[in-house]
Structure formats: C-alpha cells, structure tokens
Design a binder for this molecule. Structure first.
Ligand SMILES: O=c1ccn([C@@H]2O[C@H](COP(=O)(O)O)[C@@H](O)[C@H]2O)c(=O)[nH]1
Length: 238
C-alpha cells in the first residue's frame, strides 16, 4: 500500500457520489465505501466506482460469529475491492474465518483484498472505553492487544488512530498496515471524533494510509480541500 489518502464517500446515494467523483477527472482516487452508501445502493455501487478506475476500501466492519463472517467475506471477495475490514473484538477465530472466506471468494489468478481489523474506533476516548466497555487498560494497551491478536490471526493490519501507530510499529513491525481515520486539518471541526491528528502528524507517525471524510466531502470546494489534505499528507516522507 503506497501511502494513499483514502476519501470516505459517506453519501446516501450514487448521484451525490458521482457528482463528487466527477470533479477528479485527472486523479485516480482511493475511496472508502461505508455502511451509509453500501446499504442504500447495494453491491453494484462497487462496480460502478471500479469502472472509473478508482481503488476501493469497503468499510463494513464485519463482526459476527466465524461461520457468518466466513460466508459474508466469501461474497464480498467477489466484488473485487482492494481493502475490507472486520472488528478485532470479534476474536481471533472470527478474523481467521474472514481471511478464509476472502481466499475462498477470490477468483483464480486474482489477489485477495487486504483485510484489516478495527481496534478501538477513533470516536472512542479512553474514559468511554473504560466505563462502557469495562476494559481496565489504557487505550493504547487495548489497541495494541487487539492488533496483536489480529496479527496472530494473519490479518494484514488495523484501523486505529495516528496516536497509537508508533507503539504498534515497535511491537508488530512496520509492514503491519495502520489505516487511520480521525484526520483533521487544524482549521477543521473535530465533530464526533475523539482521537484526531493532522495529516502531517500521521505522516510523522509512519501511518500507512489516512482516511478523510467530511473535511473533503463537505468542504465548500472539495477538490481544493482534497489537494490541501494530499499536500499535507505527502509532505516530505523519510
Ligand atoms: O475508527 C474508525 C473507523 C472508521 N471510521 C470511518 O472513517 C470515516 C471518517 O470520516 P470523517 O468525516 O473524516 O470523520 C467515516 O467514514 C467513519 O465511518 C472512523 O472514523 N473511525
């Protein structure tokens, strides 16, 4: 994964999606299709975006018993996305089943999508995690624990915040993917996110890919905002 800036297409219908995408005639985007769009438009939206030669992260965060996740992933693999995900809280057996489903559903001669696991949502604070999930650890420890079991299951990386990336690299190596939402420019509103970082901070932490939604899609000039995020994200990478 070559350090993409992934744009979250949190729209409720395909007209809004293509109105947005059509502003980027000269760019091959890496976009994220999440629950809002997928549940409204169904699986065919994936092919329509692929026809325009954009890469796709299908962010459905699967979390169920292993057998159900196996079958769901087998079906999703047929859509030909680049990246899919599960919740690490579903457990090691569930994550292994997700990978088996992806392998089973990937067409012969094609590469299976990468699969990452959500650790703690970027909208979760440590205080919330402790009081609502009854986890008696720091947030970093919880993210590290979920990442360790994800790696043991054979998962390719995790969704976390930029704040946890250095410790993950230390324990899991730099090849393990870190995909971080909760990205904001200093001028942006934080909204419902709790663990946020700027694109520069994410780059300095060594993040593999950043995810940006409203900062681009709801901007007055989405194209200009995309370029501003991209410039800050690309910076000087060492
Ligand atoms: O921990 C997570 C996991 C997924 N997301 C998703 O990323 C985008 C972020 O959108 P913004 O508008 O930039 O806040 C959104 O689609 C979430 O579903 C996340 O934010 N945190």
């Amino acid at each position: 994964m070559n350090h993409p800036l992934i744009v979250a297409l949190d729209f409720s219908n395909k007209n809004e999606v293509f109105q947005f995408i059509d502003q980027f005639q000269d760019e091959r985007l890496f976009v994220k299709v999440g629950m809002e769009l997928f549940y409204q438009e169904g699986p065919q939206i994936i092919q329509e975006i692929k026809d325009k030669e954009h890469q796709i992260f299908l962010d459905l965060k699967l979390h169920d018993i292993p057998n159900t996740v196996y079958s769901a992933m087998k079906g999703l693999a047929k859509l030909g996305c680049d990246l899919v995900n599960v919740h690490a809280a579903g457990g090691k057996d569930m994550m292994m089943a997700a990978l088996e489903g992806l392998e089973a559903g990937t067409k012969a001669g094609e590469v299976r999508p990468s699969c990452i696991a959500v650790t703690q949502l970027t909208s979760t604070s440590e205080q919330q995690m402790r009081s609502e999930q009854l986890i008696e650890a720091t947030l970093q420890e919880s993210v590290l624990h979920y990442s360790l079991i994800a790696q043991e299951a054979g998962i390719d990386g995790v969704v976390c915040s930029s704040h946890e990336v250095k410790i993950l690299h230390h324990h899991l190596g730099k090849e393990f993917l870190t995909v971080t939402p909760g990205i904001r420019l200093n001028s942006d509103l934080v909204q419902d996110q709790k663990r946020v970082a700027t694109p520069d901070e994410a780059r300095e932490a060594g993040v593999s890919a950043i995810v940006v939604g409203r900062g681009i899609t709801k901007a007055e000039d989405p194209y200009a905002s995309y370029q501003a995020y991209k410039q800050a994200w690309e910076g000087v990478r060492i």
